[in-house]
Design a protein. Sequence first.
Length: 254
Amino acid sequence: MAKKLLGKEVNEALVAALQTHSAPVQKITIIPRTSGALGYTMQVEQDNHYLMTKEEIENKIATYAGGRAAEEVALGSVSTGASNDIEQATKLARAMITRYGMSDKLGTVLYGSEHTSDEVFLGRDFSSSQDYSDDTAAKIDSEIHRIISEAYANAKRILTENMDKLHFVAEFLVRNEVMDGEQFAAAMDGNPTFEELEEMTEAKKRKSREENDRKRAELLAEERKRKEEEEKEKEEQEKAEQEKQEQEESVTLG
């Protein structure tokens, strides 16, 4: 089981964590999702992030390449598990060249115009049309191959140099199924034991329970205060009514 986990999710997280310009890893899980995925790695930007630099895109491609690279490094073979990552990496690399002008070889030019609604109506289901020569298309393909090959080599280097961390995270997930961002960061920055990381989870659970107990106590106190105020108001009304009645009786007797 641990050996299989040296595939996609753990390795993407590891590659992401050990690169600069990458969003922090917030969670890794091997619990299957209803969508059919065997697990997932969650990365979340620390602040509003509307633009991506060339380096950030290259790192993202390397992260996508992590699953396939790990299969080769750790298992000695490859599988179909990384197919979606390969697709996403290829789309990013193509966008770098054809949309974002991030290729020194092809320059800051838009390659491929967007389809009009008429073309979509006629049955075209691809996102852009080729408005450049076959020679340029070959250069684009060559650049895509170069970008992905370099990203793959980078991912493979990172994994090869950090196999001990790779195995540690995989074994932890075998035991616990989920690793949060704080635990993952601790594993990357030092040499914690499984027990130390598991205690981090327990500490969070205790803190959460304490917070829930505090909020519950506050709600109960507010409810008691509200009931006391209602009782006091009721008593005051009854007292006022009684005094009024006594006054009326006194006037009648007088």
